[in-house]
Write a protein that binds this ligand. Structure first.
Ligand code: TRP
Length: 450
């Protein structure tokens, strides 16, 4: 029999675990820092409501209806037309690409956890910065850590949905939440923290450009794990009576809450020591170690503790997400190519390890892996979050909105008329018009065609 989630809480935690990841703790804060704080957050929340939630529900519908891997899910919902399966193929490819570069950053988190545990990263600002560039430009160490992270992910995934994914999420997610609360409280109690809180909650619209819109959209998709059939794969393990609308609301709420809490953990501490939060992707790896050291200079033991807890938090957040990306490919290879779960998980791990080594080497060790003037890592991030994820979400909404009968859609959305009936017309308008048009407009705007 096909594996499935055993309990509702396990299902919500696993799916929220997929959504909550480096996207929340690493990417969201630096995007917010670069794009004007609260103004970006408001646009981001609008994206979550208008595009993210309908997009999530759509993937849930495709997955739960078919109870199959991404490719077969689209084919079977379309009544056997294989062309639609290509959305699933796009999802599998995007998922593996993201897992490739994501595990590199997750590997850095592992290293930082180890180094902060033994009391490293406590020199002056310049030495912390040097540590990051020295470490990431080494040839093998970061690459091996990325592979180590993939292997840990692999070991969870091969155990299956209930015994692997669900169990790991039930431990890691509550732990993550506790760590987050401890750090948020310590950070907000620092003298000078109020400026950081103000930055996070008072919108400065002068920093908003058309890039902000696309950045917010890409971030919303990335953070909700949308557009790669990740949610569709997880939904294929949902029970038939799962209330999809309620689950999507809970997961989007948890995801946004944790992103904003991550902001509350980082900005107050950064402002307390007078560090500008717009340093981009290196925020978490260069700015923060300095911030922790300076902010807690009076009580070095507390500074050490906070740094260790913070990198542990990053590792846990990353792990529940890599597990979900891994599962997209694992389910696909196992079911479509009739392989054992072990073999198909190994294929995913090896493919991603190759990409991860490339991404890792491109980040300093060699210049030969540049694509369009970016390191392979930045290139993969850019192409997936700005093009492939929106494309996947666009095609899914066109598929459900225009090619699936209203009755089928309604019956899935409402669990055969038992829940959320009044919301269905709104959802239908969202996926027929709002989602595709918004994605298209943002695209045209970015390419300068508008
Ligand atoms: N949402 C995760 C994060 O915020 C990353 C992630 C997991 C993801 N699965 C995904 C992103 C699928 C895109 C697609 O870190």
């Amino acid at each position: 029999m096909r594996d499935s989630f055993a309990s509702r809480i396990g299902m919500v935690l696993a799916t929220a675990g997929s959504a909550v990841g480096l996207g929340n703790v690493w990417r969201f804060p630096y995007m917010t820092g670069e794009n004007g704080g609260a103004a970006f957050i408001l646009i981001y929340i609008a994206c979550i409501f208008m595009l993210g939630m309908p997009g999530m529900i759509s993937e849930f519908i495709v997955g739960r209806h078919s109870q199959a891997n991404a490719v077969r899910a689209y084919t079977s919902l379309s009544g056997g037309r294989r062309g639609w399966g290509l959305i699933g193929v796009l999802g599998v490819v995007t998922g593996l690409t993201i897992l490739g570069f994501y595990s590199v950053v997750a590997g850095w988190c592992l290293d930082y956890l180890g180094v902060s545990l033994v009391g490293g990263l406590r020199g002056d600002a310049a030495s912390v910065e040097r540590y990051f560039s020295d470490f990431t430009s080494k040839a093998w160490q970061p690459a091996l850590l990325a592979i180590a992270f993939l292997v840990i992910t692999h070991l969870v995934v091969v155990r299956g949905v209930q015994r692997g994914i669900e169990r790991a999420s039930k431990v890691l997610m509550p732990l993550l939440f506790i760590l987050l609360i401890i750090i948020v409280v310590s950070s907000c109690m620092l003298p000078g923290a109020a400026d950081g809180i103000r930055f996070l909650f008072y919108p400065d619209f002068s920093k908003v450009t058309h890039h902000t819109l696309l950045a917010a959209l890409g971030q919303a998709f990335f953070s909700l794990s949308l557009g790669t059939c990740c949610l569709c794969t997880y939904a294929s393990y949902f029970r038939r009576d799962t209330n999809l609308v309620r689950s999507a609301t809970e997961i989007a709420f948890l995801d946004t809450l944790i992103a904003i809490m991550a902001g509350l953990m980082i900005f107050p501490a950064a402002f307390a020591v007078g560090v500008q939060p717009d340093s981009g992707p290196s925020l978490v790896f260069i700015t923060l170690p300095n911030v922790f050291r300076q902010a807690f200079a009076a009580v070095p033991l507390l500074g050490w503790c906070i740094a260790v807890l913070f990198y542990a938090l990053l590792v846990f957040a990353a792990l529940t997400s890599t597990i979900s990306m891994h599962e997209i490919g694992t389910a696909y290879f196992a079911e479509e190519h009739h392989l054992s779960r072990k073999t198909s998980a190994s294929i995913v791990t090896v493919l991603c390890a190759i990409l991860a080594v490339g991404c890792s080497l491109s980040f300093g060790a060699t210049d030969s892996l540049q694509v369009m003037g970016m390191s392979l890592l930045d290139f993969c991030d850019h192409v997936t979050s700005q093009y492939m994820l929106p494309l996947g979400a666009f095609l899914t909404s066109i598929f459900l909105g225009w090619f699936i009968s209203n009755e089928t859609l309604r019956s899935e959305f409402t669990n055969e008329g038992t829940v959320a009936r009044r919301l269905f017309p709104i959802y239908r308008i969202a996926i027929r018009y709002v989602v595709p048009i918004c994605i298209l407009l943002i695209f045209l705007d970015q390419t300068g065609l508008l």
